[in-house]
Write a protein that binds this ligand. Structure first.
Ligand SMILES: [Zn+2]
Length: 107
């Protein structure tokens, strides 16, 4: 089962498409939108725009059922862009804070 474009959201950190699912514990889990047999989450649609996921990692986890597909949790692939270094000031702009003198108090 493959999610439709309308079911996808964008990751707030990296901007890539993600699919929100609900885990068995009713927690939200974002997975990458394409099935991947390396993924440890068995997911399936349970209703309009509603997907369920369950982990396949536990010792007692059942293998993926025919109606489930494996997906990779998005946290495993999320690569947010690195923060940029502070921008340099244009050559005609002078930083004032190193030159600012302490205000002298009047007696
Ligand atoms: Zn991301």
């Amino acid at each position: 089962m493959i999610p439709t474009n309308r079911e996808l959201s964008r990751c707030g950190a990296c901007g890539k498409p993600i699919l929100w699912t609900l885990t068995e514990a009713a927690a939200r889990m974002a997975v990458d939108p394409k099935p991947d047999e390396r993924g440890n989450q068995a997911c399936h649609r349970v209703g309009p725009r509603t997907w369920r996921s369950r982990s396949l990692d536990g010792a007692d986890a059942l293998p993926a059922a025919p109606y489930e597909h494996q997906y990779v949790p998005h946290v495993a692939t999320c690569t947010p862009p690195k923060a940029k270094p502070p921008a340099e000031l244009p050559p005609n702009v002078v930083r004032l804070d190193p030159r600012r003198r302490r205000r002298t108090r009047l007696p």
